[in-house]
Design a protein around this ligand. Structure first.
Ligand code: UDX
Length: 446
């Protein structure tokens, strides 16, 4: 929404949320304190806020005044009931649709921005149609699907130069109204129009294909490690085939983030619902392999450290699910750290952007009091050298650029010998670490 406001000065954009604390943070005059860390976002918000970008808790007034409402609420995986663990929880989508139905005036275009299971628009439409049917309400609605393909860390660039914008719907005028907004900065050939169901399904499919590439390369990484091949050489060799392409072939600790696992599980649920058991099993395997990769990593660490990490200190560098974000949702670091805690390790965790409070929440335990000798606990560390002090191993779990130029002699000097580097992202200078006396394991290196 900030980018739309930035690119379309003639459009008034009001972002509303029930959470007053969050809205206040978006209105904070100190732009370094916005609730989401995303490179370049502060500049965009700084330019548009107060001009044609507003953040407010006045949800109903904003709906009443709007020509177009974007539903951009959370759709996490259901935790209980029918479809638990797979289907998306649509309670917030439904609640927002009801709120729009109640508060809207005149004609309103309702845009599904949240990632939704196929045919959700039907439910949204049914709720809006009921309001439209109320005699004398004067309300009419059009529903569009406009899924978001941005990736975190590169969100602003992805929005400013999208590969494509997808608009699904049945009402031609509504589609053109939304297309004319994007048309202010996106070339017309990149604005794709489809029916509602294709649009909803395209988002799930795009994420499933991307995640599948990561599970595929991670499966080959495991094979590289036992055969003496190097997964980066294999990735380069296959990636130069233009039919395969070079992106999304980076082996690592497995994919994380708020989308991939959730969307695949959703796809699996949909397939089962329609009786497509084999298709469901096919996509389920992409998630299973991802979890296997994370487990494989923690097992590798334990095995290498003579079969036990109980009472040993391990330095964990990076907790975010990828670099350039403070987001930890589904971060591979969570499962890997939990496994190691379960084994009794003491983890010293450092991440340039993730706060200790978030790590406590994700690991389900507060940090140890600094002085207590840790067994099965964790401590926040200020920097990689502090994390490595007295540690038997350093694990790199997020590809922060700073981890490409670590001071290996300085780190090795404070570690206990024999000392290990487990580089799950293959970003560290392995030669420098070896020269400093560390034993080095890199994902996908035989
Ligand atoms: C993803 C999609 O890319 C985006 O289009 C969609 O809108 C939301 O989901 P995001 O989750 O922000 O975006 O990050 P992405 O860059 O796709 O990375 C997802 C995960 O895959 C990260 O954990 C990342 O480290 C991992 N990954 C990515 C790899 O392990 N290897 C790769 O080659 C690429």
């Amino acid at each position: 929404m900030a980018v739309i406001a930035d690119r379309c000065p003639d459009v008034q954009v009001t972002v509303v949320d029930l959470n007053a604390e969050r809205v206040a943070a978006w209105n904070d005059t100190d732009l370094t304190r916005l609730p989401v860390y995303e490179p370049g976002l502060d500049l965009v918000v700084g330019r548009a806020r107060g001009r044609n970008l507003h953040f407010s808790t006045a949800v109903e007034a904003a709906i009443a005044a709007a020509d177009m409402v974007f539903l951009s609420v959370n759709t996490p995986t259901k935790q209980r009931g029918v479809g638990a663990g797979q289907a998306s929880d649509l309670r917030w989508i439904e609640a927002s649709a009801r709120q729009v139905a109640a508060a809207a005036t005149g004609h309103t275009i309702v845009v599904e921005k949240s990632t939704l299971p196929v045919r959700t628009a039907e439910a949204v439409k049914a709720i809006l149609d009921a309001a439209q049917g109320d005699a004398g309400s004067g309300k009419t609605f059009s529903v569009l699907s406009n899924p978001e393909f941005l990736a975190e860390g590169t969100a602003i660039a992805d929005l400013e130069r999208p590969d494509r914008v997808l608009i699904g719907g049945e009402d031609g005028d509504a589609i053109e109204a939304l297309a004319s907004i994007y048309g202010q900065w996106v070339p017309p050939e990149r604005i794709l129009r489809t029916n509602l169901w294709s649009s909803e399904l395209s988002k799930l499919t795009a994420n499933a294909f991307l995640a599948q590439r990561i599970s595929s390369i991670n499966s080959i990484a495991a094979l590289c490690e036992v055969t003496g091949a190097d997964v980066r050489e294999v990735a380069r060799a296959i990636g130069s085939d233009s039919r395969i392409g070079s992106r999304f072939l980076q082996a690592g600790p497995g994919f994380g983030g708020s989308c991939f696992q959730k969307d695949i599980l959703n796809l699996v649920y949909l397939c089962r619902h329609f009786g497509l058991e084999d298709v469901a099993a096919y996509w389920q395997q992409v998630v299973d392999l991802n979890i296997w990769q994370q487990r494989r990593l923690s097992r590798k660490v334990v095995q290498s450290l003579f079969g036990t990490v109980t009472g040993k200190r391990l330095a964990v560098l990076g907790f975010a699910f990828k670099a350039d974000t403070n987001d930890t949702r589904e971060s591979p670091a969570i499962r890997i750290c939990r496994d190691l805690l379960e084994e009794g390790a003491c983890l010293a965790i450092v991440d340039p952007k993730v706060e200790s409070r978030q790590i406590s929440e994700d690991l389900g335990c507060p940090p140890l009091a600094a002085e207590s000798p840790g067994e099965g606990g964790w401590l926040p560390a200020d920097d990689p050298v502090a994390a490595a002090r007295g540690a038997d191993a350093v694990l790199i779990l997020t590809e922060w650029s700073a981890y490409r130029q670590l001071d290996w002699p300085g780190i090795a000097a404070v570690m206990r010998r024999p000392a290990w580097l487990f580089d799950a992202r293959a970003v560290a200078d392995a030669a420098a670490a070896r020269a400093a006396g560390l034993r080095v394991w890199r994902v996908g290196e035989g």
